[in-house]
Write a protein that binds this ligand. Sequence first.
Ligand code: PNS
Length: 165
Amino acid sequence: MSSCIYPGSFDPIHNGHIDVIENLTLIFDKVYVAPLINKNKKGRFCVSDRILFIEKALVDLENYDKIEIVTFDGLLADFVVENKVNTIVKGLRNTMDFEMEKEMAHSIKLLDNNVQTLFFPATPKYSSISSTIVYDLIKNNGNLKSFLPKDIVEMVKQKTEGLYE
Ligand code: PNS
C-alpha cells in the first residue's frame, strides 16, 4: 500500500493545503495529514483546534476515507520509519519554500537515508496563500472566501476571538 505523510503547522489549514491533500489522495492509497508543532514558530491555535479545523475542512472530500489525521511530538523521520510511511510530501509555493524545504529534506536524509521527501507544487491560484495571511484577514475582518472552505470560516473566527488583544 502506498502511503505518504503531509506534515505542517496547519495554523490554520487553508485552501492551498486542502488542494495538495486532495491531489495526494489521487496518488496514494493512504495520506497522513500531520499538524505538528514547528518549534521555530510561535503557534496561533492549539493543536486540538487545528485538528478540528482540518477534520471539518476535509470530511466532505471524495477520498476522505484515505486520509488519517495524526499528530506527535518528536522527529518526522522517526515517525515515518516507525509507521512504515513511504514518503514525506512538502508543498512548495515559491523559491523561498524550496530553499527551506530542501534544507529540511537533506537533513532528514542525513538522519535516515531511506526516507524520501517529495515536493508538490502549489496550484497557481493558491500559490500566494499562507496561514499568516489568513490569520491577518481574520483579525481584520477580511473576506475569507478565496482562502478557507466556507464550512470552517465561523469556527476559525470563533476560536480566534480571545487569541489576540
Ligand atoms: O508548516 P511548517 O511550519 O513549515 O511545518 C514545519 C514542520 C512542522 C513540518 C516541521 O517543523 C517538522 O517536521 N517538525 C517536526 C520535527 C522534525 O522532524 N524537524 C525536522 C528536523 S530535520
